[in-house]
Design a protein around this ligand. Structure first.
Ligand SMILES: Cc1cc2nc3c(=O)[nH]c(=O)nc-3n(C[C@H](O)[C@H](O)[C@H](O)COP(=O)(O)OP(=O)(O)OC[C@H]3O[C@@H](n4cnc5c(N)ncnc54)[C@H](O)[C@@H]3O)c2cc1C
Length: 398
């Protein structure tokens, strides 16, 4: 596997040298960007003077619409996220580009909508962010119970009313894909997705959360009050009969698309933290008691093996995604396993290096806070396990 991944990295470097250089430029700056991003809850405003924003605007975008070759497949995305996550897993979540809004636009949009949506990222001279807004204040795990409504006005436009919360890069987003229901009684079948631009009357950024971890991802609370969206901005607009595609499936496609890469980023973080712990051990930070040192070494070995297992899960999910297979259970398994592992590793590191865990802004201290964020975003660990249990039940029932 290692040789194949190295070959893939060489191929990507060859096909997209500009993209690869931009990622390396980011990685070189990442330890400092991550520290400041955590302290301030934002990315450096002058980061884009040093790192080419244009490359990041094209990351996670379909290649057919000009997306970077660097992230053209799920395996490539996993490779890049693991590489960057090794230095810092938090900052990538707040980077520019369409991000999580890519899959619903790609899955639901008409060719003209996709062209217009992605062209805006390519044409942007500076960083441009896209956001994906489904979670609501009364609970995000059951997304089908959403209360944000879209009413059809007599002139054919849609009017959105409701609130969204915990939206990654929601305050800086230039375009947001917002999920709303035409009829709450219809559950998932009432759901539609709308492309709403920053500055649209009735669309407000209420606040950014002062987060525990993953602080640079800048989660925002958004509200929509009589927010008028032209009919052509409903994704999959097909005239009077409405969209032919199930919009909730567009949200699910986002999770399948992103979870393998997210899991890979978390695995990268675990690998980076294990290396960091090895360095601290070598520098004598864990003291000199031979029994304590032996226990820490054994613990590091055990976690090393668990991370390798998590990497296999993430790469299998990515590989199956690229083969066009249905990967929801694989993606859930990979994401749940990686984030549970990250939380367990964070607690062990805090026990082994308590001073590092107690000092605000230290890498281990930050990891303890970030790890919980990983468990929650894109569906909590509880929900992933619930889904896996249901899938297992369904298999045994047949
Ligand atoms: C860093 C970060 C980035 C995020 N980015 C985005 C984004 O870009 N867009 C977006 O729309 N959302 C985003 N979210 C929101 C995220 O998807 C939700 O927080 C998540 O789905 C959980 O929803 P909730 O917080 O409302 O918790 P709830 O759904 O209220 O759940 C609360 C607790 O109850 C548990 N629980 C709920 N239902 C069940 C059940 N049936 N069985 C067992 N346990 C259950 C959950 O596991 C959780 O521990 C982000 C969150 C974070 C932390």
């Amino acid at each position: 596997m290692r040789t194949e991944l190295q070959a893939l990295a060489r191929r990507v470097r060859h096909e997209d040298p500009q993209g690869w250089q931009a990622v390396e430029a980011l990685v070189a700056e990442l330890p400092e960007i991550a520290r400041r991003g955590d302290a301030r809850g934002d990315l450096d405003a002058d980061l884009w003077d040093r790192v080419p924003a244009g490359v990041f605007n094209r990351i996670n975008m379909p290649p057919a619409y000009g997306g970077a070759a660097l992230t053209a497949t799920a395996l490539r995305r996993a490779m890049v996220f693991e590489h960057v996550g090794r230095v810092c897993p938090a900052v990538p979540i707040g980077l520019p580009g369409p991000g999580l809004s890519t899959p619903p636009v790609d899955a639901l949009g008409t060719p003209a909508q996709k062209q217009a949506y992605f062209d805006a990222f390519i044409a942007s001279p500076g960083p441009r962010w896209g956001a994906f807004a489904i979670t609501e204040p009364q609970g995000g795990s059951d997304a089908t119970a959403m209360r944000t409504v879209a009413r059809r006005s007599p002139d054919g436009d849609y009017v959105l009313d409701g609130q969204k919360c915990f939206i990654s890069s929601g305050a800086r987003a230039d375009a947001v894909v917002v999920f709303a229901t035409l009829d709450p009684a219809k559950g998932r079948f009432g759901v539609r997705a709308f492309w709403v631009d920053k500055g649209t009357p009735g669309f407000h950024v209420d606040r950014c959360e002062d987060m525990l971890g993953l602080r640079a991802s800048q989660l925002a609370a958004l509200s929509f009050t009589g927010c008028r969206v032209p009919a052509e901005r409903m994704l999959g607009h097909t005239g009077a009969r409405g969209p032919l595609i199930d919009a909730f499936a567009g949200a699910q496609s986002a999770w399948d698309y992103m979870r393998p890469a997210l899991a890979a980023g978390i695995n990268g973080a675990c690998l980076g933290l294990l290396e960091h712990a090895g360095d601290l051990l070598a520098q004598g930070e864990a003291g000199t008691d031979p029994r304590r040192l032996a226990a820490i070494r054994a613990g590091l070995d055990e976690f090393g093996a668990r991370v390798e297992a998590a990497r296999l899960l993430a790469l299998r999910a990515a590989w199956r995604f690229d083969r066009g297979e249905r990967i929801s259970p694989d993606a859930s398994m990979a994401k749940a396993h990686s984030s549970t592992l990250a939380m367990a590793l964070a607690l062990r590191l805090a026990a082994w290096f308590p001073e590092r865990a107690a000092r605000r802004g230290e890498r281990i201290e930050r990891f303890c806070r970030d790890a919980k964020g990983f468990d929650i975003l894109e569906g909590t660990g509880d929900m992933q396990r619930l889904m896996l249990a249901r899938a297992a039940e369904a298999r045994t029932a047949h």
